[in-house]
Design a protein around this ligand. Sequence first.
Ligand code: IPE
Ligand code: IPE
Ligand code: MG
Length: 231
Amino acid sequence: MACVMDGNGRWAAQRSLPRTSGHRAAETTVIDIIEAARAAGVEWLSLYAFSTENWRRPSAEVDFLMHLVRRVVRKHAPLLHARGIRCRFLGATDPRIPQSLARDFADLMTLTSNSRGMTLTVAFDHGGRRDIVEAARSLIHSGIPADAVTEQTFAAHLPFPDTPDVDLVIRTSGEQRISNFMLWQVAYAEWVFPPVLWPDFRAPHFLQCLHTYQQRERRFGGVLPNQNGEP
Ligand code: IPE
Ligand code: IPE
Ligand code: MG
């Protein structure tokens, strides 16, 4: 499952604070939700932290986010390791990412690479379209004949191809859009849009979203056995 962590700026605006205060307040939610997901038995959790489009924000906000993420990664690395959480970063290829941050990402991935608990994927400098274009490029470089390209071979060239399709995406703050998030993997995801802003989102909201998901009837384009029109 995945979370599009949205609403930090509005959380701050509601309090007449600068947008950056909203990002700072998001840290508590991130840790809370990682713990709640683990406790609920979630095996794959992806968190959308920074999109390829977020580079359009004012440079002071972008710089703040780079520093904040670095601080959060360093501070919580021991906890993530102790909890057996395997961490990885999806995207994070832009040269504007400070080298020190890229090193911290690599260090956390190495530290937790043998962990067997939940896999936490942080989508940072991530764009769904970029992943698809890069998979296409990688397929062409591999020399595979065009007729041999299937959904399976294509997906094998996406980053972290072991990541299963996303079943549930929670996007906080009431916004209802994909914003270029894991486009390939969310093809059949269920979406839940709680109105709560990300810094206010807590384990009980998260469990409510899981409950909503459990009530959904997933059809994958088919018909359910009891709805086949047979008498
Ligand atoms: C999400 O909160 C955090 C990032 C995109 C980094 P926003 O910063 O998008 O908050 P709103 O949407 O302006 O409220
Ligand atoms: C999407 O949120 C990206 C993250 C949550 C990291 P945005 O707030 O940037 O998306 P838009 O601009 O509303 O589509
Ligand atoms: Mg937003």
